[in-house]
Design a protein around this ligand. Sequence first.
Ligand code: SAM
Length: 276
Amino acid sequence: MSILYVVATPIGNLEDITERAKRILSEVDLIAAEDTRHTAIVLNHLNVKTPLTSYHDHNESSASRSLIDQIKSGKEIALVSDAGTPLIADPGYRLVKLAREEGVKVVPVPGVCAVTAALSVSGLPTDKFAYHGFLPAKSKALKDFLKELTNEPGTLVFYESPHRLVKTVAMFEQVFGSDRILVVARELTKAFEQVSYGTIVEARERIESGEIVIKGEFVLLLQGRLEVDSQWDERKLLAELLTDLPVSRASDLASRLTGRPKKTLYKLALSMKEID
Ligand code: SAM
């Protein structure tokens, strides 16, 4: 039985193709590509003459069946997407799943992925991170989705398009407050590459002032929940906040600062008020 190769290609700079990817792409019998015209340009640059076939979101089921049958009959096939690693916010999942289910060998040919490229230069913790792909488009769904993430300890990574950037950053500010670090990584490996490091508020201000240009491709990296400062005892913190703020606002702030559930802090704040 033959092999399905899953081959990463560049996300901008064509020099980022690996030697192995070039060799595999020129040796296989067929390349399954998300957009054959786009991949033809990349292959032309690499001087690879392998035939192309189309594999995208709208023909994934039927194309997967046909590709697996061809592999079983002895063909070697490589899967590529328009940019980066296939299956990462790109087609390919059904094909690889079918290959696995039917005992077809699947071999990775790793390379660029916007997630790891962005993380590697973000300055945010990389020991623990969660990639969430593209965020929901509708405001309510977006807010609900983000609320679920408020207590996540690791760095949160999202893909975003330019026309939704402003709305997403505004929603980050609403849900996560203003203090967390938000790294905006734009056009990585390309001529107008830009990586902005600052708080959520600073990111919003840089977008408003035009310092962060709303053009091209974006990865957003958000600092995970803010850890408790060891010097802070939550009682002391609440006592301080309650001198100036009502219970609800004080517990909300304390929750954001300590990462502890708001409900717990609200109850504690209430009991402290009563003792007062
Ligand atoms: N498979 C790709 C990968 O491995 O990163 C991702 C494909 S997904 C359809 C495209 C999204 O990835 C873009 O909207 C953007 O969020 C992100 N992306 C791709 N290339 C990028 C780049 N050069 N700079 C920043 N983000 C990029």
